[in-house]
Design a protein around this ligand. Structure first.
Ligand code: SF4
Length: 477
């Protein structure tokens, strides 16, 4: 098997990031599997965990001598129109009143959380996602932002990011965001090819995408991210090459190139896509190969699962130093924070629990006006879950397991505890995807491309999920 080498920033100052990809290997390991933004994953969340349990967990987190720092997430579900590929939790509306009412509830939730948070807890990260956060007017954005700043204490170097749909920006939006304190912007582009844009109901001229990135640079945002998707109808290797050339020319600091998850049984609007025009599995893997090889040979570091960054970006540096972490927003350098999430469907990530908010705005409104948290489902991790979560996180982010660390921390004998799981690693070992060296299990450069499959070996819930009628996870590559 020949996927090699993933030389990110080697210690001798060699910045060669180039990777080559073996399609046969990708094909062999292509199966449905979780993305592990959490462990256990969302299908395990249950309604035995509600507002009281969330409150308890928040208080436990605040009542220690050294409470952890905080990461805040805000969900703005509204969009002006529906992109047919979208798998986000969004609401399409042109009813501005509806948005205003939601924002009033969001303000209630911000106050509700902040009342429970120890005043010494610093916010080191904040992310606004959606939906389309910039579908809010600059005035609405400013109001929410100032309330958050009054209610929480931000560290001076907090990372403050927002997802932006370039089609929904007025001339005031970007300057307002910068003035308020946002320092990272993430633009959805998906694909430059017009035929693809028409088919997915997202017409976004190239000039507009270039213009918003240039303006962000002028305004001094620290980092610009671009999101692309591969696997959409009418995409081919050649068409995607063009899109990648244009994106490389735009020169973002980070890139996320997502694998299109075609799940029309969950997202009904995906039925509007011409299924017969979706690239077949082999074409799709060829596009993935193109993406990885082209971006890494253009100087981007492969961070892991869909993500690329420039060598000097903090994600690349964290990858090199084995300090990368992962939460619901993706890869992060802010390890050890608790994520407090507000807005419908959002998921809080506390030290030993997850809590997901209700999915509809009517129930959300009822909860907020009665002063209750909006939790609808959640999960409290037992010690085995915590151990497996850490193993999976280490694999997914830093590509290494140091057995002695887990033995000391969890008082186990690693090899006996994971006897049955470790047996399942044999095939990965014989394909050269992992290496054992004494205390260490390391994911090889080749193995990084199928790291979800390796992590799945340690997931004790997958057998239960497999019994469900419809696949609940997208494919791993
Ligand atoms: S991709 Fe973004 S803008 Fe399009 S429907 Fe989904 S959330 Fe809305």
């Amino acid at each position: 098997m020949t996927i090699k080498p993933a030389k990110q920033l080697s210690g001798n100052g060699d910045n060669d990031t180039k990777m080559t990809v073996d399609i046969e290997l990708l094909k062999k390991y292509d199966q449905p599997g979780p993305r592990y933004t959490s462990y256990p994953t969302a299908p395990q969340f249950h309604d035995g965990f509600g507002p009281n349990e969330l409150l308890q967990e928040i208080q436990t987190g605040s009542d220690t001598d050294q409470p952890s720092a905080l990461s805040l997430y805000f969900h703005f579900p509204f969009c002006e129109s529906q992109c047919y590929y979208c798998a986000c939790n969004n609401i399409v509306t042109r009813d501005r009143e509806r948005i205003s009412r939601y924002l009033e509830d969001l303000k209630r939730e911000i106050r509700l959380f902040s009342r429970q948070i120890h005043h010494k807890r610093k916010v080191v990260q904040m992310h606004w996602g959606g939906g389309t956060p910039t579908y809010l007017t600059p005035q609405q954005i400013s109001e929410i932002y100032s309330l958050i700043s009054q209610q929480f204490d931000f560290s001076a170097d907090a990372e403050i990011s927002i997802e932006i749909d370039p089609r929904r920006l007025s001339p005031e939006h970007l300057p307002t965001l910068r003035r308020l304190g946002f320092n990272r912007v993430s633009f959805g582009i998906q694909d430059f090819y017009e035929k693809v844009q028409q088919t997915v109901n997202r017409i976004q001229p190239e000039t507009l995408s270039r213009q918003v990135v240039a303006e962000s640079r002028d305004l001094g945002f620290d980092s610009v991210n671009i999101d692309l998707i591969y696997g959409l109808p009418y995409q081919t290797v050649d068409s995607y090459k063009e899109t990648l050339n244009k994106v490389i020319d735009i020169d973002p600091d980070r890139l996320a190139v997502f694998n299109f998850a075609y799940v029309p049984w969950i997202k009904k609007h995906q039925k509007l896509l011409p299924a017969e025009r979706l690239p077949g599995p082999h074409e799709k893997l060829k596009i993935l190969k193109l993406v990885i090889e082209k971006l890494t040979s253009s100087g981007y570091v492969y961070i892991g699962m869909d993500h690329f960054a420039k060598p000097e970006d903090e994600l690349s540096i964290a990858l090199k130093n084995n300090t990368l972490h992962r939460n619901f927003q993706g890869y992060t350098t802010r390890a050890g924070t608790e994520v407090l999430a507000m807005g419908i469907t959002s998921i809080s990530q506390l030290k030993n629990a997850y809590a997901q908010n209700v999915k509809d705005i009517i129930t959300y409104h009822q909860r907020m006006t009665s002063g209750q948290f909006a939790t609808s489902v959640g999960f409290r991790l037992d010690e085995d879950d915590q151990l497996r979560r850490e193993v999976i996180t280490e694999l997914m982010c830093n590509n290494i397991i140091r057995k002695s660390h887990f033995e000391k921390k969890y008082k186990i004998d690693f090899d006996s505890y994971f006897k049955h799981n470790l047996e399942k690693l044999d095939e990965f070992r014989s394909d050269g995807l992992i290496r054992d060296s004494g205390d260490l299990i390391e994911v090889s450069d080749s193995g990084r491309l199928v790291v979800r499959n390796i992590a799945m070996v340690f997931d004790k819930y997958l057998a239960q999920d497999a019994r469900k009628k419809q696949p609940i996870y997208s494919r791993t590559v």
